[in-house]
Every structure is written in structure tokens, then in C-alpha cells.
Ligand binder design. Structure first.
Ligand code: AP5
Length: 222
């Protein structure tokens, strides 16, 4: 029988490298990447009422109200590809109420990855981050520069990626992180996110391999 697909959450402060690691994880493990921030930005781009409301909060570095964030993530998790291939949930849950809602809907992760990065590094990562609107790829002017002049010329910056706004986002993160962690204590792995993206991925990859091995061992003993 086909093994149960993996259900993974990845969490960490703003610019701790969640999106970057998700690119590497999905490439190797083919999970469906569901990023709360990306869903919200897509809603803003669509010009919907929810998008307009969400942007007001995102500009202040605050959490978007649950009725928008929770429903958006729930709908995405319920799509057939997430059920079939497994999911990698990025930037959700960010509060106790979001974690509880997910549990009520029956979504329980196998592993909770926490990226730990020191604050001075976070600010540097935010300020240098750039995005390719064509491929969606994340760059950093110093740490992951674009491969060609053509890509360099089209890179954009996120509206909340200023030093001032990242401080507000960090505040929001600190206010909520403990409550979320307390929900997933027994399945949490803490990853040193201060090192290069390849070294961060090597740590995550080891954890995912362990998880798959453990599952094989338990299903074999049934
Ligand atoms: P969201 O889009 O999720 O932003 P965030 O949590 O602040 O995280 P980021 O996307 O900024 O960073 P990341 O950790 O993905 O880092 P990245 O890989 O890009 O949320 C935005 C807003 O939406 C929130 O403030 C909130 O208002 C709202 N929102 C989102 N989710 C919500 C929810 N659940 N409920 C309510 N509201 C919600 O890396 C950053 C940079 O560093 C890049 O340039 C990258 O190239 C570089 N980099 C990455 N790793 C390394 C490395 N190891 N070494 C060197 N450079 C690196």
C-alpha cells in the first residue's frame, strides 16, 4: 500500500528562511507547499475585499484576522493534491486560535520544524530579499544573488520588507510563538537557521529521513 503522505509545518520568525527551505523540501519530497503569506498576497493581487482588508494588517506587521487566514488555509488543505501528496504548511498557524482551528478540522502534522535565527541576521535578510515575479523564486542581493542580468532587472521587493516593518512583524511573532509551540511540543524539531541555506536544508533533510524511516519501522511491525 502507498505510505501515508507527509504532513509538515514549518515555522520561524520573519525572514528566518521558511520560504527558501520550502523550495528545497518540495523539490525533494514533492509535498504541496501552502504558504499563508503567499495566499494572502495572491488575494491582494486579485483585488478582493478580503485582500484589501488583509493588506491593512500586513502593512502594520500584524496578524490578519482569523476569519480570513483560517478559511484560506483550510480551503487549500482540503484540495485533492494536498490530500494525495501531503502538505508543507508555511507561516501557519501563527496563534493559538489558528492552531486550535486546524486541529478541530482534523489536520494534524507529523513534524513541526522551527527555524531559529538570531535577530540581527533576520533584519539583514529582510532588507536584502528580492523576489522574481516570473518564477516566484526568492533571492537575496548578498546571499542568493540572481543568476542573470535579465532576472536582476525584473526583481521586486515586498511592501512589508523594510527595517521598520520587520521590527513590527518580529514583535507580533514574539507575542504569539510560545502559544503555538506549546501545541506541538512533542513533534517539534529545532533547526539552526543561522547557517547557509544548504546547511539548514541538510539538518531538515535528516529529520525528514528519520521520520520516514520511523514510519516504515512501525508499519512493518504491524
Ligand atoms: P509571510 O509572508 O509569511 O512573512 P514572514 O513570516 O514574515 O516570513 P517571510 O516570508 O518574510 O520570510 P521567510 O521565513 O519565508 O524567509 P525567506 O526564505 O524568504 O507573512 C507576511 C504577513 O502576512 C504577516 O506579517 C501577516 O501580516 C500575514 N500573515 C501571514 N500568515 C498569517 C497567518 N497565519 N495569520 C495571520 N496573518 C498572517 O528568506 C528571507 C531572505 O533571506 C531571502 O532573501 C533569502 O534569500 C535569504 N535567506 C534565506 N535563508 C538563508 C540562509 N540560510 N542564509 C542566507 N540567506 C538566507
Amino acid at each position: 500500500a502507498k505510505p501515508e503522505p507527509l504532513k509538515i509545518m514549518i515555522s520561524g520568525a520573519p525572514a528566518s528562511g521558511k520560504g527558501t527551505q520550502c523550495e528545497l523540501i518540495t523539490k525533494k519530497y514533492q509535498l504541496v507547499h501552502i504558504a499563508a503569506g503567499d495566499l494572502l498576497r495572491a488575494e491582494i493581487a486579485r483585488g478582493s475585499d478580503n485582500g484589501r482588508r488583509a493588506k491593512e494588517y500586513m502593512e502594520k506587521g500584524q496578524l490578519v484576522p482569523d476569519e480570513i487566514a483560517v478559511m484560506m488555509v483550510k480551503e487549500r488543505l482540503l484540495k485533492p493534491d494536498s490530500k494525495e501528496n501531503g502538505w508543507l504548511l508555511d507561516g501557519y498557524p501563527r496563534s493559538f486560535s489558528q492552531a486550535s482551528a486546524l486541529k478541530e478540522f482534523g489536520f494534524e502534522p507529523d513534524l513541526f520544524i522551527l527555524l531559529e535565527v538570531s535577530e540581527d541576521i533576520l533584519v539583514e535578510r529582510v532588507v536584502g530579499r528580492r523576489l522574481d515575479p516570473v518564477t516566484g523564486k526568492i533571492y537575496h542581493l548578498k546571499y542568493s544573488p540572481p543568476e542573470t542580468e535579465e532576472i536582476a532587472a525584473r526583481l521586486t521587493q515586498r511592501f512589508d520588507d523594510t527595517e521598520e516593518k520587520v521590527k513590527l512583524r518580529l514583535q507580533t511573532h514574539h507575542q504569539n510563538v510560545e502559544a503555538v509551540l506549546s501545541m506541538y511540543e512533542d513533534i517539534t524539531v529545532k533547526i539552526n537557521g543561522n547557517v547557509s541555506k544548504e546547511e539548514v536544508f541538510a539538518q531538515i533533510d535528516r529529520e525528514l529521513k528519520n521520520l520516514i524511516e520511523q514510519r516504515k519501522a512501525t508499519s512493518g511491525s504491524l
